[in-house]
Design a protein around this ligand. Sequence first.
Ligand code: ATP
Ligand code: MG
Length: 263
Amino acid sequence: MIPTPASPPSNTAVVEARKLVKTYGNTTKNPVFALRGVSFAIQRRDFIAVMGHSGSGKSTLMNILGCLDRPTTGAYLLNGEDVSRKSRRELARIRSRTLGFVFQSFQLLPRLSARANCELPLQYAGAPGFERRKRAEEALVRVGLKDKLDRKPTELSGGQQQRVAIARALANSPSLLLADEPTGNLDTRTGYEILALLQKLNGEGLTILMVTHEHDVAACAGRALHMRDGLVVKETVHQTPVDALQALEAWKAEEAEREALAS
Ligand SMILES: Nc1ncnc2c1ncn2[C@@H]1O[C@H](COP(=O)(O)OP(=O)(O)OP(=O)(O)O)[C@@H](O)[C@H]1O
Ligand SMILES: [Mg+2]
């Protein structure tokens, strides 16, 4: 059996970033300060957007939170455990058990079916075949692709491919989903559909951190962290986040009006 991630006490923050600093290059001569002391926490069931101009440090932060890289100084507590000094091997293990990733460009394997794509992270985590299949199928049902299990990515629309990628991220029941511009390659309508799916999953208890350049997209999250020059300079709490499905309906009505005016 694939070990289910140990559930920490429910009051433990999923993420606690303490004064994260990341420098690249020669740290004495010409250091590049990608992060200059970033502190914040993500609680269970949070849906957080990270915004900021190009070069502000969003990817660097995501790489650290995703256990793909380590901070130069500072601490990163994931489910209460300090992972900032773990070895690469340990980080890979934590990644495969605790984190789910969604990217702008989907990053699905083109030769594999939706189901086989979703089985991959479970395979890395050492789950036996029957369990991989079961979990992959459950995840695909959850994202609304029950009837597309055997389709390859080329036989799916962009939105459907992103759904497969989200299912793949869900398959190992992660305690945190990290999404880097998940709507960046999608048209407005499909983007809202994907945001609605993320909101639904968040409502079901999934904790999400999403990087985006767009204010309309960030408005669908519960909170936004604004980054500038390697720092979180502002935090906005959205008391009532924009409902992506409602926003989609409003957008469709506007489109219809535009078309009517043009004809
Ligand atoms: N491997 C690296 N080596 C040297 N400098 C780097 C490296 N990665 C990032 N940087 C620098 O760190 C800073 C933050 O980069 P980062 O990629 O985190 O920005 P970003 O907010 O993700 O930007 P974008 O919106 O363009 O993706 C930038 O000044 C960048 O040039
Ligand atoms: Mg980036």
